[in-house]
Design a protein around this ligand. Structure first.
Ligand code: SF4
Length: 367
């Protein structure tokens, strides 16, 4: 690869990517990270506020990437027109490709790129990330910082002799047990994940060094680096750590994560938004639509406007129906029941209650 390796981090407006920017800045100041954000033109004000706060903290500009930059319309509206008014959905998510991934891939071009992704140690997903071969994703919050494709290639049975050799260079004091594990071929009983977990648990740093040696034999962007400071990283960060980083740094937690109380039939419930991204995002839950209706009525009105051509944000319900008083009452009642169920968690962030919604979506919009 002829070009210099670039280190990049996408700021989605969500808590995890913001915390990752702060974490890398504090822990690996030698990394020259370029920050970017893909603006759909439909974000909440809190997202723009978070980006401004981060710029002050990092002392660096966060590059604004906009799809269809020469259009007179917001990027989302520009593409919606091209798609004939067809609203995106989880099954047909043209928005992420057009508004997030395409501008990012255009920005990095053919440069070799290390892209840092804020998927946490308590999540089991890889997200919707670029699969271009000049872009290598690294996950610093997880014990396994490597992407699935790298691990799968490294742990192939035919690579066992090489892996044993590379481990020989690590001087790990667990070598005896490591050799046993590496030597055991993958099978129905001992799959890739079992092997990966066992090796990471025994010696994370040694495993990272082995991956780095393996990458030297490939065309991955990391193959051209002489050293990579994250090889020594043993941290595993979970949701509470993320909030802690945001608060301690002074950057702050985006306001939409904070639960707001509402009253229903003498009981008090809490609602909020569980994710960043477009205010009308189809991934949001019913109670989040009610939150939008009551807390950002002007944005809700705009979301309703998009349904005028017949397409809807939710498969089973139009926004106009969702805000009928009896329907709002029903959604709030369900929310109160849900909160009662998980009340033992006692979190001030509703995201702990809406946690399951986090596993959907994509790295570009919500991390
Ligand atoms: S936030 Fe939702 S609507 Fe916006 S680009 Fe991402 S997936 Fe699409």
């Amino acid at each position: 690869m002829k070009n210099k390796v670039r280190h990049v981090l996408g700021i989605s407006g969500g808590k995890d990517s913001a915390a990752l920017a702060i974490y890398l800045f504090q822990k690996y100041p030698s990394l020259d990270v370029e920050y970017y954000t893909c603006d759909t033109g439909k974000e909440l004000d809190e997202t723009y506020e978070l980006i401004r706060n981060l710029e002050i903290y990092l002392g660096k500009k966060i590059v604004r990437l906009q799809a269809a930059g020469d259009s007179h319309e917001d990027p989302f509206d520009h593409f919606l027109k091209l798609y004939g008014g067809f609203l995106p959905s989880s099954g047909s998510r043209w928005c992420t490709r057009k508004l997030k991934l395409d501008p990012f891939e255009k920005w990095v071009g053919d440069d070799p790129v290390i892209s840092y992704v804020g998927i946490r140690g308590d999540e089991n997903r890889e997200g919707y990330i670029s699969k271009k071969t000049n872009i290598q994703s690294i996950f610093p919050f997880r014990q396994n910082i490597w992407s699935e494709d790298v691990v799968a290639k490294l742990l192939k049975n035919e690579r066992i002799p090489n892996v044993l050799n590379w481990y020989g260079n690590t001087a790990s004091d667990k070598l005896e047990r490591i050799v046993e594990i590496v030597s055991e071929p993958l099978s129905a009983k001992f799959n890739q994940n079992n092997k990966l977990t066992a090796l990471l648990e025994l010696d994370t740093v040694a495993f990272n060094k082995v991956v780095f040696d393996y990458l030297k034999t490939t065309g991955y962007p990391l193959s051209v680096l002489d050293e990579f400071p994250l090889l020594k990283n043993k941290d595993v960060l979970i949701r509470n750590d993320i909030f802690q980083i945001l608060r301690d740094s002074g950057v702050g937690v985006p306001k939409y994560y904070e639960g707001l109380p509402f009253e229903f039939n003498g009981s008090v419930g809490v609602y909020a938004r569980s994710r960043s991204g477009c205010y009308f995002c189809f991934f949001q839950q019913k109670i989040e639509w009610v939150w939008l209706y009551e807390q950002h009525p002007e944005k809700f009105k705009l979301a309703v406007e998009y349904e005028k051509d017949g397409y809807t944000w939710m498969q089973d319900e139009r926004l106009e129906d969702l805000i009928k008083p009896e329907r709002i009452a029903q959604i709030k009642e369900e929310q109160i029941k849900r909160i009662e169920k998980v009340n033992s968690k006692k979190s001030s962030y509703l995201i702990d209650i809406l946690a399951e919604s986090e596993v959907e979506g994509c790295a570009s919009c919500f991390i």
